[in-house]
Design a binder for this molecule. Structure first.
Ligand SMILES: Cc1cc2nc3c(=O)[nH]c(=O)nc-3n(C[C@H](O)[C@H](O)[C@H](O)COP(=O)(O)OP(=O)(O)OC[C@H]3O[C@@H](n4cnc5c(N)ncnc54)[C@H](O)[C@@H]3O)c2cc1C
Ligand code: SF4
Length: 539
């Protein structure tokens, strides 16, 4: 694989200072004047360089963080997910305190309630907050007496995205990504051309899993749990029980960092030990590794412990120093400045209607095999659910081609899929889930996000994983008790939505192939049984 030459210092200077602000404040200022303004920091804005906090000073500002009981009670959260957010908030509050800030870390019935209680207790002259990442957060802030500071949590604000998209009849992630790369000067050579002579190295990044037991992927770093973690775990169990709800999944085990320091260490580990392997097996799934060469950095970027610019800078530096090949660096930077930012942009462009889209009229409940209420003999699904249970994480292709795929083929209500993934994925948030779940995985937006539905039968899963060879089902069979449920439901899906997809050039060939199946009536009959078995948790 080609390895990058060392980068020119000029390249580094040309890059914009993406996140401005002083960072940690000067402790010498503490106590010189009474705090008069409050900065309300939401649970996914845990970084001193963000928005309102970037200009804060302990002598003039105090900080409010609210742990909302309503939020804890609102879903059946994965334990690790709930712990990740609350422990990170508490650590961030402690860090702000040691930097000299007065911090009001408050438990309240709701975010709104916490705000009112804080105002009553402290009477701030003004409350400032950084623009939230998701729609409901912004609506809430707008309904309160809060000054909203523009977000710098993404490299492309959604206003800039809307300007980029304006006037385009249709737009694609690829075009946005190229625009971002040029604008942000990532992996561009001195002549303004993409490094390595190409914008895209995807064709080197779709390899099936390596055969045998080879496990070359370095494990992510872990942290020791401390007293703060244990207190959060106890508090969450109690809060969930008091609210009449419950948590799901394995206890926190130190996989997920809950401080900026630990998140930065995870980033270094990824760049040094994992990034050189990122890419080739991006779409592969193996039982022997839950992470392969994925970064597992999304949760940190999504709550502010890491900023996307510094993550990409670290990757660019590694490339400049010749430590990673171009396909790995490009593959990763594409995900962050391309997909991640695109998803944020389209979310704001298409909300609020986007949330309720259901183009395929899907209305079934989640299969009990997803929620843990039933076990399953489908090897692919059981591996993904076991990983979800243990780590609150699945990598992209498991989310898209196993869980999402089955949800769409089965006809699960898209919002039920979204809500379930949101509660369980360590990196869940509405802005990122809607385009990915409603759009990409369920095709519920009628093709705004993905030009074709990501539907696949057992053959695809077999090609990209080691799941099928030890499964009790046969990926090649479409009918009968041993038929792979994915294969049966795939053909049924194409037949069921024949008229909608037969003119779609990206999937028309498969739709035509379904017309020609001699056993199509039997496949469709078996699909009815499969759906019932899935609903009953008996598959
Ligand atoms: C059905 C479905 C649900 C998803 N739910 C979430 C979610 O709740 N939260 C979330 O952050 N991502 C979600 N994604 C996108 C993607 O799967 C995750 O970002 C990725 O798996 C996170 O793991 P990683 O950090 O190891 O990713 P890597 O493979 O290491 O990728 C690097 C980074 O690129 C970004 N990225 C890559 N693809 C996407 C994408 N499609 N959308 C947004 N960011 C992307 C992430 O920040 C990620 O950390 C979902 C995708 C699908 C298909
Ligand atoms: S045979 Fe079908 S159900 Fe079994 S692992 Fe393969 S795709 Fe999954």
């Amino acid at each position: 694989m080609p390895v990058a030459p060392r980068g020119e210092p000029e390249l580094r200077r040309r890059r914009i200072d993406r996140i401005s602000g002083p960072g940690w404040c000067d402790r010498s200022a503490v106590g010189k004047a009474r705090s008069v303004k409050t900065i309300w920091v939401l649970g996914d804005q845990l970084n001193t360089r963000l928005g309102a906090l970037a200009e804060a000073d302990p002598s003039t500002h105090r900080v409010l963080l609210v742990e909302s009981l309503a939020k804890i009670a609102s879903k059946r959260w994965h334990r690790q997910r709930a712990h990740f957010v609350i422990a990170s908030m508490r650590r961030f509050a402690a860090e702000l305190e040691s930097a000299g800030f007065e911090v009001d870390l408050r438990r309240a019935d709701s975010l709104r309630g916490g705000f009112h209680e804080h105002v009553e207790a402290h009477g701030p002259d003004e409350v400032l907050a950084t623009e939230p990442a998701s729609w409901d957060g912004l609506e809430m802030l707008r309904s309160l007496d809060v000054t909203i500071v523009r977000s710098n949590q993404f490299l492309c604000h959604y206003d800039e995205f809307a300007d980029w998209a304006a006037g385009k009849k249709s737009f694609k992630m690829e075009n946005f990504y190229r625009w971002q790369r040029e604008r942000l000067d990532y992996l561009m050579d001195d002549d303004g051309e993409p490094e390595g002579g190409r914008w895209n190295f995807d064709d080197e990044n779709r390899e099936p899993p390596p055969k045998g037991d080879e496990n070359p992927w370095s494990d992510p770093e872990t942290s020791q749990l401390d007293d703060l973690d244990r207190k959060v775990i106890d508090d969450l169990e109690r809060a969930a029980t008091d609210a009449g709800g419950e948590l799901w999944g394995a206890e926190p085990d130190g996989t997920w960092a809950t401080s900026r320091r630990a998140a930065l260490s995870r980033l270094r580990h990824f760049v040094d030990d994992v990034l050189p392997q990122f890419g080739p097996h991006e779409d592969a799934m193996v039982r022997r590794s839950w992470h392969l060469a994925h970064s597992v950095l999304s949760p940190y970027m999504n709550i502010g412990l890491l900023l996307p610019g510094e993550v990409c800078d670290a990757v660019q530096d590694a490339y400049d120093e010749g430590r990673v090949p171009i396909n790995s660096a490009e593959g990763f930077i594409r995900q962050v400045i391309g997909w991640r930012e695109y998803v944020w942009g389209v979310y704001w462009l298409w909300m609020p209607d986007y949330r309720s889209m259901n183009a395929l009229g899907a209305d079934r409940a989640l299969p009990p095999a997803f929620t843990g209420a039933a076990s399953t003999e489908m090897n692919c699904v059981s591996n993904c659910i076991d990983t979800l249970h243990d780590k609150a994480y699945n990598h992209h292709i498991q989310r898209l081609m196993v869980l999402g795929n089955l949800g769409m083929l089965h006809g699960v209500d898209p919002w039920a899929m979204t809500d379930w993934m949101w509660a369980n994925f360590i990196d869940g948030a509405e802005w990122v889930m809607l385009p990915n779940v409603i759009g990409m995985s369920q095709w519920a937006d009628g093709g705004k996000m993905a030009t074709k539905p990501y539907a696949a039968g057992g053959n695809y899963i077999d090609k990209m994983s080691d799941y099928c060879k030890e499964c009790r089902f046969d990926r090649k069979q479409r009918t009968g008790d041993d038929a792979c449920p994915f294969t049966t439901l795939y053909w049924d899906f194409l037949a069921r939505h024949h008229d909608r997809f037969v003119k779609n050039p990206r999937i028309a060939r498969q739709v035509r192939a379904s017309e020609k199946l001699s056993d199509l009536p039997a496949v469709r009959e078996r699909a009815v049984e499969v759906r019932q078995l899935l609903d009953d948790g008996r598959l």
